[in-house]
Design a protein around this ligand. Structure first.
Ligand code: FES
Length: 104
């Protein structure tokens, strides 16, 4: 099952940046890569549940603001300590200047 949810405008996210998106009691992070693609993950770090939208985007990596844990935001894969659990990712599509994410 797919449930596409309108998360934000494409212009809401700067290139190589991330914003927070809250929906239905859950928090997500929406990323725009340096090559102008959009990605979505759970919004909280799997280590100590800090908001990743406050972190730093570098290429395909989001760095958590609390202990500098890193994830590949395209795949959700953790990049070593202190991250033990990968990040959940969500399909994204861009339509009419809006970023939609599939929350399943
Ligand atoms: S809370 Fe994110 S690395 Fe610790």
């Amino acid at each position: 099952m797919t449930t596409w949810v309108d998360a934000c405008a494409t212009d809401d996210v700067d290139e190589e940046d991330v914003i927070r998106f809250d929906h239905d009691g859950r928090t997500f992070a929406i990323y725009r890569s340096p090559d102008d693609q959009y990605f979505a993950t759970d919004g909280l770090c799997t280590h100590e549940r800090v908001h990743l939208a406050d972190g730093l985007v570098m290429d395909d990596v989001i760095e958590c603001p609390k202990h500098n844990g890193r994830f590949n935001y395209k795949t959700g894969q953790g990049r070593g300590a202190p991250i033990c659990v990968d990040l959940k990712t969500y399909p994204v599509r861009v339509e009419g200047g809006r970023v939609l994410i599939d929350l399943g």
